[in-house]
Design a protein around this ligand. Structure first.
Ligand SMILES: [Zn+2]
Length: 301
């Protein structure tokens, strides 16, 4: 038999349940609303899969079949992420370079994000002299920066409120080899550039599982401060707010042209220009620290 008291308790329980359901619904709406506002999250595992894809192509020095395969894969992957990519073919110092460029958005700011996709012809830093004529696989030196840019391509909003270019540079890494020089792709790119971007951000060797990103001394100090401060806000201790190395890298032609540019690079990488620059040295966590920091910086979170 039902007493009036238990009936009242039943009503009370139903009201509480309804309130809980409404609170859960509102909280979920708020969360997805925030997601829409700031873009999706950068997925380190998905970026790491892009490192594996590139290393499975093999070493990717300029002009090799694996290099051509990488270009086709970049154009296809960018297309799948909703970006139209263009192959920019240029001549510089007797070499033909092929940069892959994708563009999105409009606004007062124009940001270029760059990474080199070629790998070095020779592993001339290999501890084994017999292996120094072999090519570098470039899991970190090449594939990691490309992977960060590609995952950013997937998670950046359709209208980021500014003009963003993703620039995949060719022929960065053949300096001190006869017939070549360093940073050919980015130099040709800056030579051909019409207009003045607000900033260029280069990512190179950003995948080391033991990642320490010291500030690079030739980089623009304001950009450097902004990006390292964002990493600190997000809790990414891989970014160490102290200067260490001075690099010649794909940011150099921008710096020389008076364009504010920053090089995000971990040059304490024991496998640099050796045959041991392989995918197991790279981690999804490191790629995510860099990618999530850049995403937040780009979107002004
Ligand atoms: Zn290199």
């Amino acid at each position: 038999m039902r007493s009036p008291t238990s009936f009242r308790i039943g009503i009370g329980a139903a009201v509480i349940l309804l309130l809980v359901a409404a609170a859960v619904y509102l909280a979920r709406e708020a969360a997805t609303g925030a997601g829409r506002e700031f873009g999706s999250r950068f997925d380190g595992e998905r970026a790491y899969a892009d490192v594996l894809t590139q290393t499975e192509f093999g070493p990717r020095p300029s002009g090799s079949p694996a290099h051509a395969q990488t270009i086709a894969w970049l154009v296809e992957s960018l297309g799948a992420a909703g970006w139209e990519a263009e192959i920019q073919e240029l001549s510089i110092e007797g070499q033909t370079v092929k940069n892959v460029i994708a563009r999105r958005g409009a606004g007062p700011e124009w940001i270029i994000l760059g990474a080199h996709y070629d790998t070095r012809l020779l592993a001339d830093e290999d501890p084994d002299p017999a292996r120094r004529a072999e090519p570098v696989l470039g899991a970190n030196d090449g594939a990691s920066g490309v992977a960060v840019l590609l995952e950013l391509a997937r998670v950046l909003p359709k209208d980021p409120g500014k003009e963003i270019w993703l620039a995949f540079f060719d022929a960065e890494d053949n300096g001190r080899i006869p017939g070549w020089d360093w940073i050919l792709g980015s130099r040709a790119f800056v030579d051909a550039l019409a207009g003045r971007p607000s900033a260029a951000v280069i990512v190179d060797m950003v995948g080391d599982a033991d990642l320490q990103l010291y500030q690079e001394r030739n980089s623009d100090p304001i950009l450097t401060e902004q990006i390292w401060a964002m990493a600190a806000r997000l809790g990414y201790t891989q970014f160490i707010p102290e200067p260490k190395f001075s690099m010649l890298d794909d940011h150099t032609p921008f710096v020389q042209a008076g364009i504010p540019a920053v090089d995000i690079i971990d040059f304490d990488y024991p496998y640099w220009h050796t045959t041991a620059d392989t995918a197991e040295k790279v981690s999804a966590e490191s790629l995510e620290a860099v990618g999530a920091t850049l995403l937040a910086w780009l979107l002004g979170e």
